[in-house]
Design a protein around this ligand. Sequence first.
Ligand SMILES: Nc1nc2c(ncn2[C@@H]2O[C@H](COP(=O)(O)OP(=O)(O)OP(=O)(O)O)[C@@H](O)[C@H]2O)c(=O)[nH]1
Ligand SMILES: [Mg+2]
Length: 177
Amino acid sequence: MILEHSNRINVHDNQRRVKVVAFGSYHSGKTSFIKRIDPDPLLTEARNHDGTTTVALDMGIRYHKGYKLYVYGTPGQERFEVAREVVAFGLNAGLVVVDSTRGMTEFEKRVLSELRGSGIPCIVLANKSDLPGASVEKVREDAGGYDDVFPISSVTGKGVDAVLDRIVELASALRSN
Ligand SMILES: Nc1nc2c(ncn2[C@@H]2O[C@H](COP(=O)(O)OP(=O)(O)OP(=O)(O)O)[C@@H](O)[C@H]2O)c(=O)[nH]1
Ligand SMILES: [Mg+2]
């Protein structure tokens, strides 16, 4: 699997590379977001009782405004904490993917607070905005009024470009520090 994809992880192509890691509770839509930004992602999913679930990591690559974004998806299931730690190592920016029909879980609130506490730029994605009952206001409230909350739909693609723009903005700020 690694060899098959190794040509895509070329570190000698002089692009400005950014490692972005997506966190979020079970089925919040992390894998769907990665599939949306890269039509040929690396996915490690297994079938389970309600569809599929990530069991190790996902990765998509997206070129955006002069940057090469490596976007990693973590597993949402609690038991995969070790995988989350390994995937998160060395990240430049974090995404907290929230199912906006249910609001932020305690886990998602904790991840946001840990990222912010470590000074890592992060964006909250209020995903599933295409579904009835989705509320970006509720997610904003759950995030304690945090500014960087973006309503998106990983299924329709709505709002995704604004997220990519914001990642690049945060990355360029990092570089100028
Ligand atoms: N309507 C709608 N459904 C979505 C959206 N994003 C994800 N889903 C659905 O939500 C379910 C879970 O999506 P995944 O992308 O697998 O979620 P995940 O966060 O990767 O899940 P785990 O790996 O199990 O933690 C699937 O049935 C998706 O089709 C969205 O924006 N809108
Ligand atoms: Mg997944």
